[in-house]
Design a protein around this ligand. Structure first.
Ligand SMILES: Nc1ncnc2c1ncn2[C@@H]1O[C@H](COP(=O)(O)OP(=O)(O)O)[C@@H](O)[C@H]1O
Ligand SMILES: [Mg+2]
Length: 360
């Protein structure tokens, strides 16, 4: 195989910007250097794109942004450029051709189909789910709707639009109280990292939670709380995806909120989860079924609740799951014998396969 050039995108205009930087370091370090040349393009929280040629060690902390060699660098939507246009210091615009883009971006403006759309326009092979499946998995209301249509169980839910907030809040809360039981979870539809999510136990908290969630989104869902253990499954592949073993999350807090995810060392992951073989197979089967139903490609982490009676409820699908050294996705794949180097190699090849690129 000829050496290929892979551009890793990191950061992004998202409330998961910081996590993306940490994931990106892991991805950059894991991409096998005997096969690929890596170029790095950082996107600031404001959305400015820069080619970053500095030390990978400066990425996680955010110091990369101050590097004197950074120059503006944008992905051209015109496939003729096959990559980026770099605006060098002397003002000259130089083309930076790449063979594949690895968008290590979490949340909005990166994991939601936006960047994927730009990459489609550019005719650029890219790692991970395509535009439509990224967008569907990002929107919790849409994910639930597609899953329900495919016979996959999710928590019961009711949606509310911002346009209904002023004159229909009370009516909507009546519907929620009729159709769902407390505790309920209020969620902005398109967020991530538990931002804007609250667990509510009465009407006052419900109304307050909804108003709070609308700070982050124009559509909010309220779900019935599920009493169950949290299980996660890593899936990889295009048309014939496979599922890893199952990992369990033991959140340090009442639920897996932002703090429990990133700030509390008390949150633990157990790989493989201590569950029966029947439960394990049930989750793996639903994970692959959901992955296909939502048209995922490359990779996704499928998250579940497992109830005591063995009922499997799908919570959400993350199309660009966390990729830090202690993240569930890479650890689940390592656990079945696929090293981090091999994971990135396979993901890049899946991107090239989907784009019909012959890389042998
Ligand atoms: N319906 C539910 N029942 C019980 N716990 C829930 C429910 N929905 C969410 N949670 C808790 O909140 C966390 C974050 O919710 P999730 O929908 O996964 O949002 P995010 O996309 O931000 O990760 C979950 O990991 C879980 O701990
Ligand atoms: Mg989640």
């Amino acid at each position: 195989m000829a050496r290929l050039k892979v551009a890793v995108l990191f950061g992004g205009r998202s409330n998961e910007h910081d996590i993306s930087r940490i994931s990106a370091v892991h991805v950059i370090e894991s991409i096998p250097k005997d096969k690929y040349d890596v170029v790095t393009v950082g996107i600031t929280k404001k959305g400015h794109w820069f080619r970053f040629n500095g030390d990978t060690g400066l990425i996680a902390s955010g110091e990369w942004e101050k590097h004197p060699d950074n120059v503006p660098c944008i992905l051209s939507p015109d496939p003729i450029h096959k990559g980026f246009i770099v605006f060098e210091r002397d003002g000259e615009a130089v083309s930076l051709k790449v063979d594949c883009v690895f968008p290590v971006l979490h949340g909005r403006n990166g994991e939601d189909g936006t960047v994927q759309g730009l990459l489609e326009l550019a005719g650029m092979p890219y790692v991970g789910c395509d535009l439509i499946s990224s967008a569907m998995c990002m929107d919790k209301d849409t994910t639930h709707t597609i899953l329900e249509a495919n016979g996959i169980s999710t928590a019961k839910w009711v949606r509310i639009l911002r346009s209904e907030l002023d004159d229909k809040l009370s009516e909507k809360c009546d519907i929620m109280e009729r159709e769902l039981t407390y505790p309920m979870f209020v969620k902005p539809c398109n967020c991530g990292s538990s931002v804007g999510i609250s667990k509510v136990t009465d009407r006052d908290e419900l109304e307050a939670g909804i108003k709070q969630a609308f700070v982050y989104d124009k559509k909010v869902i309220v779900e019935e709380g599920i009493a169950g253990r949290e299980m996660e499954c890593a899936v990889m592949g295009n048309l014939e995806p496979f599922a890893s073993d199952i990992g369990e999350i033991l959140p340090a807090n009442d639920f897996y909120d932002y703090d429990a995810k990133y700030n509390d060392a008390g949150s633990m992951t157990v790989i493989p989860a201590k569950i029966s073989d029947a439960d394990r197979e049930a989750i793996r089967t639903v994970a692959v079924k959901a992955y296909k139903a939502l048209g995922c490609g490359g990779l996704s982490r499928v998250d579940f609740f497992l109830k005591e009676d063995g009922t499997v409820i799908l919570n959400e699908i993350n199309t660009m799951p966390g990729h830090t050294g202690i993240s569930m996705y890479p650890m689940l794949m390592e656990n079945i014998g696929i090293s981090c180097e091999e994971q990135e190699d396979r993901l890049i090849k899946l991107a090239l396969d989907r784009a019909g690129v012959d890389y042998e």
